[in-house]
Design a protein around this ligand. Sequence first.
Ligand SMILES: [Zn+2]
Length: 339
Amino acid sequence: MARTGSLRLFRCGRRHSKGSAVGLNNAFVSEGHKLLEIVAGIVFALVAYQVYLHQYFKGARFLLVRGGIARHTGDCNDLNQHVEDLKSTYADVKSTDYGRSDLSDTSHYNMRRRTWQEFGTSNRVHNCSGSVLKNASSQPFKYLCKYFDIKGDEETLSRFEHVLNNFAAAEQGKYLLENERNHIISMVDDNIPKIISAFSKKRLIRELGFRPIDLSNLYFPVYTFRYISAGGNSSAKCDIKLDIANLDKFIAYLSDVVKFRNSVAGQRALMTSSLREKIKQRDNYTCQGCRLSAHQVTNLLLEIDHIIPLARGGMTCESNLQTLCWKCNRTKGAKVLQA
Ligand SMILES: [Zn+2]
């Protein structure tokens, strides 16, 4: 009797567990349905939002806002282009063409060196021994000049000062530009639906007509010393980035080399970041061409100009330097080129 009873209990138990499995299945199915409904709802909302955006940006109300600030947008885009031009200064300074060659790895026994594929790809990479690499890391400028054919003469010094002057203006320019763009957008913010300013800011900026601002500093030239052992198993590298801080130091270094060779060249001032700032202060942050002042016009990009250009024998000294706004400087630069 007892055995039958326990058997019955066992059967009952199985029947019960089968029932709960079906119940669980049903629960899963209904949960699945709910999930599908939620996903479908989200997809529908996203599609509806995109349609709304499309219609809004094509609508008369938005076009009115866009037209109202068109002049400011145009100014911003001009400055954006100017900043990009300033960044490209270095290409004119150091663009030595060393010619072409073909390198092939003719190793036997399948010992092809993967790292050799990278050889010769850039004029700014020098493959060297371990000891040169170590020395380059402790005396970067000395090795930069020696292995990358940068001469320690007055002409090279002037070119690097020109690069620093332009890079410093580009760095300042890109942040002033971003501030100016945000300022213009804040002026029309009340006329833009909150949902768009909150969730589609990037698209809003694009649809208003602003060109994207590149805030990265990837344009700073980087010189690399690279050591790879013969077997390719051991390697190390040393990067020398000519950013603003390093350019300031590099100019002082080149100046010392030039002075060492020719004492007359040491008479002039160096176009460093501190001299740039000193000239702007002296001119009370006011353009000496159009008299616009950074005190009155927010986000005004001011640059330092040689009154008599270097190409015409002008010197880098305080009396031959002046503050100009970027527009006046650009206009003057174009006139000098045409003359
Ligand atoms: Zn001006």
